[in-house]
Each structure stands twice: as structure tokens, then as C-alpha cells.
Write a protein that binds this ligand. Structure first.
Ligand code: ADP
Length: 483
């Protein structure tokens, strides 16, 4: 089976969030299961620099509206990587979606339409040596790929390839004013309710949801939630209408990158049998952040985009309770200025107990995940969430809200779950500070019972969230389409 993955970011070349981790790990897992996988990305500067073997296709790879297609290899995997080298659209440093002021680029519709368009071309002989049977797009950036495939099918009377669209976060939809339509090169009648029209605008996400043969999202619970009004972001009707083609496939952890037994980015290595290294990681983290070297109260950590989605208002409102119980908090993140200001102020007011690092730092993310006792992810909504999975893997018990993928991956340390040996973290239900603080208190209570804490830690670390299982489910989708 020849499968093309289409995405805007990919670890280790360019990452703004979990999407990159998934797009970096899934291709290798599919290859190990016998798929013939290639990946298509825009040649953003960081990507181009990271693929020194990228060369134009033997045909020259000239693209219809300028630019050319290069082929190289995704580092560390051997997976062939197509790069769309169109400097007028992509030669911009930094965040791939927005300028330095955080404003989305004005030509994003053209930048990501080209991504979808080339995805469809690669199912239609653009590279004479390889043609996709399934085009698998990720998030709104690749949302037009299924639409271009459908347009090509209508034009030629022949189906080039099947398509899968994966939703990593429905809150980001890629909607643009109606007047961009003429620049997309799609049939005018695609602009309709049963197409890519969304409240008088053009929606790339809706195009993916409407035209793809199969839709997936990154956890079973989120697959259910987005079919309801509360989490459907206005697209729940489309998703309900396609519920037969929608499924949730849980993300996993790339064991070669996030694994405390071999992680070279952390001060000491450890595993479930030898936890001493975790203590060293903790001390090193406390010392580097100027926190006291205490060991009798939990150290909480957050590695996250600083946005309302991630539950920072609960964390901020619950700070007095965390502090009065003697807890410590480390935050690594970047995002909304208001949240940054509030967190920085809290760290100033409570030096030695709260530390905040504003920025994006892959190495520090590993050191925080390894060094803390509790990883906090109290999100309002969460398609899957990766940091709680990393927390489990590193024996840093996740404290999460029971929503989306968080609900699918963490089991609360209630008395009955401790008793039957299923607890792996701390889970609360409502997006209310009382519920959050109750979970915080359970974390403090369990931390006093060292033996039980370690038992839960070892169980958390033994959880299997491996890409092989996820890859098998994606392949089942591809085979379903091909059949
Ligand atoms: P989302 O994709 O919604 O941002 P996920 O939990 O799915 O959230 O994935 C977040 C990914 O981004 C994780 O790999 C996490 O470690 C990483 N990350 C988030 N913020 C930072 C940061 N400030 N520095 C380094 N890594 C970060």
C-alpha cells in the first residue's frame, strides 16, 4: 500500500506542538508494518536545512504555479520526504503559520492550498516513480487535499487515490474570506454547505471532513465529543452526518525520543525498576530553576502552549492551595501574553516555590517531564494530549481533566482504583477550580504514602502507548478505503 502523509510540521525538523510529534512518528511505524510511506511537507527554512539530501525530482519537479518539488529523507527514519520548495510562500523563518507578531500570514490560504494540491498531484503521476494510493492529510493545513482529489476525479472520470483526514485539533479550522475561492482552483460548485462553505467563508478543515473517504481523530473520546455541540466548533453537524466514517485512533509515544531509560537530554536515566535517576532529575530541575531542594512535597510541572484551552485559569486559581500545602510548580510554555504575565508575576511573588520559563525549548521539556512528580494537563478540551503520555512514561503522574484523550489515558488514584491496581494519575471531571483542587489534594495525599506512590509510578511507566498499535489501526482504515 502506497500512502502519502501530508502535514505542515514534523519532528525533528519543525515543531509547534503535538502534531509534529505524531507526523514524525507515524510514518516510521507504518513502514515497520509494511506500508510504502512517503511524507509531503512545505519546505519551510527549518525543514529545508534539516534535509540536506533533498533534490529536485528527476523530472525537474516544476510545479504548476511556480516552485518545485524536492525529494529527500526524513532524518532518523529513512522515510522519503517530499518538500514543496516555493520560497515566495514558505521561505519565512519561525512559526510556520504566523508572523513575529503572532498574526496569521495573509496568504495562508495559498500556502496551504498548495500543500493540499501537491498532495493530490502525487496521487496522479506527478512523480512518475511513485504514486500514492491513499493520501492521508493532517489538520486543516492539509484539508484541501481530499477536495483536489475529488476535483481531479470529476475532471478525469477516474479515481486517483483514497483519502483520510485526521483532526488533531478541531478548534483550528483554517477559515478564509469567500474571495480567496478564486485562487484555490477548485470547481465553483464546491462552495456549498455540502462542500467547503462554512458560514459564508471557506473552511479548509470542513473540506477535509467533507471530501475525505475516512475521517480520524486522535482519541476515541474526542471522536465522540466533536459530534456534539459543545466540542464540535460548529462542525458537529458535518461530523454527525459522517459518523460512520469517523473513528478515534489514540496517539502514542515515540519510544526512541521519549524514554527515560535512554533519554540523553535528561541528567540521569532511569526506569520502573531503578527510579533513583528520577530523584537526580528532580534535584537538577529544582536547582536549575532556583527552587528549594525539598523532597517531601510534590513538584508539579506543565509543558504547554499557554492558552485558555490548557486550563491555566484553574492552575492560577488553585495556586494558593498548591502553595499552602508546600507544593512547587514549574511551567515551561509560550503563548497568550495575559497568561504569561500572570504566571511570571506568580513566580516573582513566590520565588523558590514557583518557576516559569517562557519560551519553546525541546531539551528543557524533557528535563521538566523527567524532573517533576506530577505533570498537569487540566485542559478544557484535549483531542489527545501528549504531555500526559510523556508523564506516564517518565513516572511523573499526570493530573488531568476527564476530557478527550486525557480521559482515555489516565486512571484516577481513587481509593477503589488504588485498591484494584488500576490507578495511574489524578483525574477530575468538571472544569471547575473545586474539582481541580480536589485532584491536587489527592496528589498531595498519595505523595505522603511513598510505597503506594511508587506502585502507581511503576504502573504508569508500564502503560503501553506504542505507535505500532496505532499504525495497525491506520492501516485498517487505508485497507478499508482501498477495498
Ligand atoms: P498541543 O498539540 O495541543 O499543543 P500536545 O500535548 O498534543 O498539545 O503536544 C504538545 C507537544 O509540544 C509536546 O511534545 C510538548 O512537549 C511540546 N511543547 C509544548 N510547549 C512546549 C514548550 N514551550 N517547549 C517545548 N516543548 C513544548
Amino acid at each position: 500500500m502506497k500512502v502519502l502523509q501530508v502535514c505542515a510540521e514534523i519532528f525533528p525538523l519543525l515543531k509547534t506542538g503535538g502534531l509534529a510529534d505524531v507526523c514524525g512518528a507515524l510514518p516510521g511505524a507504518l513502514v515497520r508494518r509494511g506500508c510504502d510511506v512517503r511524507v509531503l511537507v512545505p519546505a519551510f527554512p527549518a525543514i529545508l536545512r534539516g534535509v540536506p539530501d533533498a533534490k529536485p525530482l528527476a523530472t525537474g519537479g516544476e510545479l504548476p504555479d511556480g516552485g518545485r518539488l524536492l525529494l529527500g529523507t526524513l532524518p532518523g527514519t529513512g522515510v522519503p520526504l517530499y518538500l514543496i520548495d516555493a520560497p515566495a510562500l514558505y521561505a519565512r523563518e519561525g512559526n510556520p503559520y504566523a508572523d513575529e507578531a503572532g498574526q496569521p500570514y495573509i496568504d495562508n490560504h495559498r500556502r496551504f492550498a498548495l500543500l493540499g494540491r501537491v498532495g493530490a498531484l502525487l496521487a496522479d503521476g506527478f512523480d512518475p516513480s511513485w504514486s500514492a494510493q491513499v493520501v492521508h492529510g493532517h489538520d486543516w493545513h492539509a484539508g484541501l487535499a481530499p477536495a483536489y482529489l475529488r476535483a481531479a476525479q470529476l475532471h478525469s472520470g477516474r479515481r486517483q487515490a483514497g483519502s483520510v483526514h485526521t483532526v488533531h485539533n478541531l478548534a483550528f479550522q483554517g477559515t478564509f474570506p469567500l474571495d480567496v475561492l478564486g485562487e484555490l482552483g477548485l470547481p465553483a460548485d464546491f462552495y456549498q454547505t455540502h462542500g467547503l462553505e462554512f458560514h459564508g467563508q471557506v473552511s479548509f478543515m470542513k473540506a477535509g471532513l467533507h471530501y475525505a473517504d475516512r475521517i480520524t481523530t486522535v482519541s476515541p473520546t474526542y471522536a465522540r465529543e466533536i459530534q456534539g455541540e459543545e466540542q464540535g466548533c460548529g462542525l458537529d453537524g458535518v461530523l454527525r452526518a459522517r459518523s460512520g466514517e469517523l473513528s478515534g485512533i489514540l496517539n502514542a509515544v515515540d519510544d526512541a525520543v521519549w524514554n527515560p531509560a535512554i533519554d540523553e537530554l535528561i541528567p540521569a536515566r532511569y526506569d520502573g525498576r531503578r527510579l533513583a535517576g528520577k530523584g537526580r532529575c528532580r534535584l537538577a530541575l529544582q536547582s536549575s530553576f532556583g527552587l528549594g531542594p525539598q523532597t517531601d512535597r510534590p513538584l508539579f510541572g506543565v509543558v504547554s502552549r499557554l492558552t485558555e484551552q490548557k486550563g491555566f485559569n484553574l492552575i492560577l486559581e488553585g495556586l494558593p492551595q498548591l502553595l499552602e500545602r508546600g507544593g512547587q510548580l514549574v511551567v515551561l510554555g509560550t503563548g497568550e501574553p495575559g497568561l504569561i504575565a500572570a504566571l511570571v508575576q506568580a513566580a516573582k511573588t513566590h520565588p523558590g516555590a514557583i518557576a516559569v520559563k517562557v519560551g519553546y525549548d525541546e531539551e528543557l521539556a524533557h528535563r521538566v517531564v523527567a524532573g517533576v512528580d506530577v505533570m498537569m494537563v487540566p485542559s478544557r478540551f484535549e483531542p489527545c494530549g501528549l504531555t500526559q503520555l510523556y508523564g506516564l512514561k517518565y513516572g511523573s503522574l499526570p493530573l488531568v481533566r476527564k476530557v478527550g484523550g486525557l480521559a482515555d489515558t489516565v486512571v484516577d488514584s481513587s481509593l477503589e482504583n488504588l485498591d484494584d491496581g488500576s490507578a495511574t494519575g489524578f483525574v477530575f471531571e468538571r472544569f471547575e477550580v473545586d474539582d481541580y483542587v480536589a485532584a491536587l489534594r489527592r496528589a498531595f495525599a498519595l505523595f505522603k504514602r511513598k510505597g503506594e506512590w511508587q506502585e502507581v509510578q511503576r504502573r504508569a511507566m508500564a502503560q503501553a502507548f506504542d505507535w505500532d498499535a496505532a499504525a495497525a489501526q491506520y492501516i485498517a482504515q487505508y485497507e478499508h478505503i482501498a477495498a
